[in-house]
Design a protein. Sequence first.
Length: 226
Amino acid sequence: MTGLNSGTTYFYRVRAYNGGGTSTNSGTISLTTTSPTVQVTIQTNPIGRTFTIDGSTFSTTQTLSWTTGSSHTISTTSPQSGTTGMQFVWSSWSDGGAISHSATPSSNTTYTANFTTQFLLTMNAGTGGTVSPASAFFNSGQSVNISATPNAGFSFSSWSGTGTGSFSGATNPASVTMNGPITETASFVAIPKTIQLSAPSYSIGEGGQILNVNVTRAGRNCRCER
């Protein structure tokens, strides 16, 4: 039979015809037509990220049978935590939809939620200066410039880095490559203070006492008295 509506129950009776005549009607027979379906696969890239289908949350690939043309809501969240110093930021759905949107497939379809992997760059400054940028997450493989600025009376000494792609050394500014979580620490040293004496004599106060400094010309002799 043709022209039947899907998802509809029909009732009918059967009567037979032959040379001997016509039979009586059969008992009532019911027939429910089924709706055509499509196979839908929903997954994430990388695998293991969470997503929802019509309000139910999953973290593994789901393969479902949906009625052709029916509407369903698929969504995810961002960012999502990974191991220590790692997170995943949603970038797109394979069908171009928003982070939460309706899907109405008319044929077998796969929907993939794509995420960007990010790693944490932790920045520390020792006594005597500051560092930039501030601690933050950056995309996997991204090159990040780091710099250290000494305070007055200090000079930059070196970087000490840990993690894949980190930097250790005296170059400033420098760069790191975010192949994993990285920690960078900048060290600073105090600049020695130099007093240059050019007059014949000085009187310097120290802690309430007097320190007499006698200086000869050309710096040949120095006599200090307390």
